[in-house]
Design a protein around this ligand. Structure first.
Ligand SMILES: Cc1ncc(C[n+]2csc(CCOP(=O)(O)OP(=O)(O)O)c2C)c(N)n1
Length: 537
C-alpha cells in the first residue's frame, strides 16, 4: 500500500510529467515533501509566471504541463494565464492546495471555500475529490481530459492532509496504468467530399491555424497547398498562438486582418476557403461587414467541437487536424492541380528612415532581428505594436518556431519564453516583448536565471502603450488617460534579477548586442528604443 503522494508522483512519472511549475504555500508543502530526485520543480515568483511557464513548456514539449498553485489566492493570481492557456489549447493540469479536511467546513484560514467553481469557465474540468484515496484517480482523469481535443487546462483541488493518506492498491494501480488514445479522425465521407470540392474549385484558398503545428500536420499542409496550388493565408495574428505554414513559402500570402469586413475583403475572389486548425475567426476589433465574400463557401477543419459550433458561417469538419489533413492529402491523390500558381507576395516592407538621432522604427528593429536570427531559433512574441513587423520581417519557416498568447492576456511572453526554453534546451529562444507587456510577468527574469534558461529577451521600448493609442484612434476615443509609460527601465529591472542587459539606440548597436546575447549561453536582455506607433511592415 502506498501513500496518495507516492501514487500520484508515480502517475505523473507515467505521463512523463516530471517537471512541475509552481509557487508553493503551506497548503502545498505536504505534496512537496521528500520531492523525488527524478522530478524538477520550477519556481515562479508569482502565479501568472508559474502558469505561463507551464503553458510554454507544455506547448513546446508536447506533454501535459503541470502547475501547482497556492489555494484560492494562488489560483486567483494565475487566472489570466489560465485564460491564455485555454485560448492556446494548451494541455495543462492545474493543481492547488486546500485546507485540511477537518477544518474546511468551518472555513479555517486559507480554505478555498468554492475551490471547484473558482477557475470556471476557463478549465475543462474542475474537481475536489470527496475522499483522499480518490486523489490519484482524479488527477489521472484531469490529465486525460486536458490532453483530449480540444486540449486545455483542467483543475484539481487537493486538501493538504490527503497526501499522507493510504492509496488503495487496486484503484491506484489502474489509475496509473491507464492510457487513452485521444486522436479522433474526421468522418472519411466528409474528407472525401472536401477533396472533391477542392479539386473542383476554381480558386481554393487555405487559411492556416495554430493546430496545424500543434498536431504535427505541417508537412501535410504544405503538400496539400503545393499539389493543389492553393494560396495560403495565416489566421489573424491575434487569433492563434502558433504558425500553421512556412511564412517564406511562395504560396504564403500573409496574415489575414482581424476584423469581419477586412477578412471578407481580403478573401474576395476565392470560391472555396478551407480553414485548418483555427476558430472562424477570432475577430477584433468589430468592423461590421459581410462574413464571406460573394460566391465563396467555407469549410473549417477543427479538433474543437465548440469552435465548429460557434463559427458564424460555413461548414465544419470535426477531427484531429493531423489525421484529417493526412486523410485529405491521401484523398486528393498524387496528381497535382493544373491551376495557375498564385502570384508571390512582395518582400518585407522597407524600414522608414527615422532621421539621425531618433529612435529606430519597430520595422527596423525586426529587420535587424531577422538578420541575426538563428536558423533553428524560436520566437516568443508579446510586442503588440510590432507583431506584424516581426511576422513580415522574420518569415519563420519551421514548425515549433513561434509562440504567441492567443488569449491576449499580457504576461504570456516573458514566462512562456522560459517554459519553451526549458522544453527546447538546444534551440535558441528569443522573446520579443514590449516594455509594457514585460511588467505583467516581470519576475520571470528570476526564473530564467535560476534555471539557467538562455533566453534572449528583446525589449522594445517606445514609452507608451502604442497598441492602445492605435485602438483609441480606431474606436474614436480621445484623451484617454493611462497610455503613456515614461521612465520604464526594463533593462535595469532585469539586471536586478541577475539578467545581464544592454541598451541599443541604433540598428547597428542592436545588431551587435543581439549577436552577443545569442551567443552568450545564458539569459540576457537587449533593450532597444523604438519610435512610438504601429509597425506593420
Ligand atoms: C492582462 C492584460 N491587461 C491589459 C491588457 C490590455 N493591453 C493590451 S496591449 C497593452 C499595451 C502593451 O504595451 P507594450 O507591451 O508596451 O506594447 P506596445 O503596445 O507599446 O507595442 C495593454 C495594456 C491586456 N491585453 N492584458
Amino acid at each position: 500500500m502506498s501513500t496518495v503522494r507516492e501514487a500520484t508522483f508515480e502517475l505523473w512519472r507515467k505521463h512523463g510529467m516530471t517537471t512541475m511549475f509552481g509557487n508553493p504555500g503551506s497548503t502545498e508543502l505536504p505534496m512537496l515533501a521528500d520531492f523525488p530526485d527524478d522530478f524538477r520543480y520550477v519556481l515562479g515568483l508569482q502565479e501568472a509566471v508559474a502558469v505561463g511557464m507551464a503553458d510554454g513548456y507544455a506547448q513546446a514539449s508536447g506533454t501535459v504541463g503541470h502547475v501547482n498553485l497556492h489555494t484560492a489566492p494562488g489560483v486567483g493570481n494565475g487566472m489570466g494565464a489560465i485564460f491564455n492557456a485555454q485560448a492556446n489549447h494548451t494541455p495543462l493540469l492545474v493543481t492547488a492546495g486546500q485546507q485540511v479536511r477537518p477544518v474546511i467546513t468551518m472555513q479555517a484560514n486559507l480554505t478555498n471555500k468554492d475551490a471547484t467553481r473558482m477557475p470556471h469557465p476557463l478549465v475543462k474540468w474542475s474537481f475536489e475529490p470527496s475522499r483522499a484515496e480518490d486523489v490519484p484517480g482524479a488527477i489521472g482523469r484531469a490529465i486525460h481530459t486536458a490532453s483530449i481535443a480540444p486540449k486545455g487546462p483542467t483543475f484539481v483541488s487537493i486538501p493538504m492532509d490527503d497526501w499522507t493518506a493510504e492509496a488503495p492498491a487496486d484503484a491506484t494501480d489502474h489509475a496509473i496504468a491507464r492510457t487513452i488514445s485521444g486522436r479522433a479522425g474526421a468522418d472519411p465521407a466528409a474528407i472525401a467530399a472536401l477533396a472533391e470540392r477542392i479539386a473542383g474549385a476554381a480558386r481554393p484558398v487555405m487559411v492556416a491555424g495554430p493546430d496545424i503545428d500543434a498536431s504535427g500536420a505541417w508537412d501535410d499542409a504544405v503538400a496539400i497547398a503545393e499539389s493543389q496550388r492553393m494560396p495560403v493565408w495565416a489566421i489573424p495574428p491575434t487569433g492563434g498562438g502558433r504558425l500553421g505554414f512556412p511564412e517564406d513559402h511562395p504560396l504564403f500570402q500573409g496574415a489575414l486582418p482581424p476584423a469581419i469586413a477586412p477578412v471578407a475583403e481580403m478573401l474576395g475572389g476565392y470560391d472555396l476557403i478551407v480553414v485548418v486548425g483555427a476558430s472562424v475567426f477570432a475577430y477584433y476589433p468589430y468592423i461590421a461587414g459581410d462574413l464571406l465574400p460573394q460566391g465563396a463557401s467555407l469549410v473549417a477543419i477543427t479538433s474543437d467541437p465548440d469552435e465548429a459550433a460557434r463559427a458564424p458561417m460555413g461548414e465544419a469538419i470535426i477531427g484531429d487536424v493531423g489525421l484529417s489533413l493526412g486523410a485529405l492529402r491521401t484523398a486528393l491523390g498524387e496528381g497535382g492541380s493544373e491551376r495557375e500558381a498564385p502570384a508571390e507576395r512582395d518582400g518585407p516592407l522597407d524600414a522608414p528612415d527615422m532621421g539621425e538621432g531618433n529612435p529606430i522604427s519597430g520595422t527596423e528593429a525586426m529587420k535587424v532581428l531577422g538578420s541575426v536570427f538563428p536558423e533553428d531559433g524560436i520566437v516568443v512574441l508579446e510586442a503588440p505594436s510590432s507583431t506584424l513587423a516581426l511576422r513580415n520581417q522574420l518569415r519563420l519557416n519551421k514548425p515549433g518556431s513561434y509562440y504567441f498568447g492567443a488569449g491576449g492576456g499580457l504576461g504570456f511572453g516573458l514566462s512562456a519564453a522560459v517554459g519553451v526554453q526549458l522544453a527546447e534546451p538546444d534551440r535558441p529562444v528569443v522573446c520579443v516583448v514590449g516594455e509594457g507587456s514585460a511588467q505583467y510577468a516581470i519576475t520571470a527574469f528570476w526564473s530564467a536565471v535560476a534555471y539557467e534558461t538562455p533566453v534572449t529577451f528583446l525589449v522594445l521600448r517606445n514609452s507608451e502603450y502604442a497598441i492602445l493609442k492605435w485602438f483609441s484612434l480606431a474606436e474614436g476615443v480621445e484623451n484617454a488617460p493611462g497610455l503613456d509609460l515614461p521612465a520604464l527601465d526594463v533593462a535595469a529591472t532585469a539586471e536586478s534579477y541577475g539578467v545581464p542587459a544592454k541598451r541599443a539606440a541604433s540598428g547597428d548597436e542592436l545588431e551587435a548586442a543581439l549577436s552577443e546575447s545569442l551567443g552568450s549561453g545564458g539569459p540576457s536582455l537587449v533593450e532597444v528604443g523604438v519610435a512610438p506607433g504601429m509597425w506593420l511592415g
